[in-house]
Design a protein around this ligand. Structure first.
Ligand code: FES
Length: 162
């Protein structure tokens, strides 16, 4: 079995957090999602080597870890930008201009869906409903939601992060 390079390791504190997460569930493997999230936070995305490392510390087959990471779009399987912009184009947001906001980001940052800008500062992802329909149209930048988004506000936000 191949293993992850030795440079990919959680710190002692992070390993303690992994143990704490495992202890929250009747079966420790159920902690795979928060542990993958920790790994993504630390390394920016889930490379094959990172997933192999997670498989080792979770005592799970690599195929299981890869299966979970592949299923959920919130896990990046390639490097994304420092500021990851998610634009919802599902029904409520679409009816209130979500598609236009998506196009605005593409134009403004010269970036395609699911791609990062060449300087690595931004990436873009068109997403399904994020449960904030009451504030449609909405976008998220990393984990912060911005609701009732307008073209002007979007320009302002992008400028703020540039
Ligand atoms: S449709 Fe966009 S958050 Fe629900």
């Amino acid at each position: 079995m191949s293993t992850a390079p030795s440079t990919i390791v959680f710190s002692g504190d992070e390993l303690q957090e992994v143990d704490r997460l495992k202890s929250l569930y009747p079966h420790s493997k159920a902690a795979i999602m928060p542990v993958l999230w920790m790994a993504q936070k630390k390394w920016g995305w889930l490379s094959e080597d990172v997933m192999k490392y997670v498989a080792t510390i979770m005592d799970l087959p690599y195929s299981h870890v890869m299966g979970v990471a592949s299923f959920y779009t919130m896990y990046f399987k390639k490097p994304m930008g420092q500021h990851h912009i998610q634009v919802c184009t599902n029904v409520s947001c679409m009816l209130r201009g979500g598609v236009e906001l998506l196009e605005q980001v593409k134009r403004k940052l010269n970036v395609a869906n699911n791609e990062a800008t060449s300087d690595g500062k931004f990436s873009l992802e068109e997403v399904e409903c994020m449960g904030a329909c009451g504030g449609a149209p909405m976008i998220a930048i990393n984990e912060t939601f911005f609701e009732n988004m307008t073209a002007e506000e979007l320009d302002r936000l992008i400028a703020q992060f540039q």
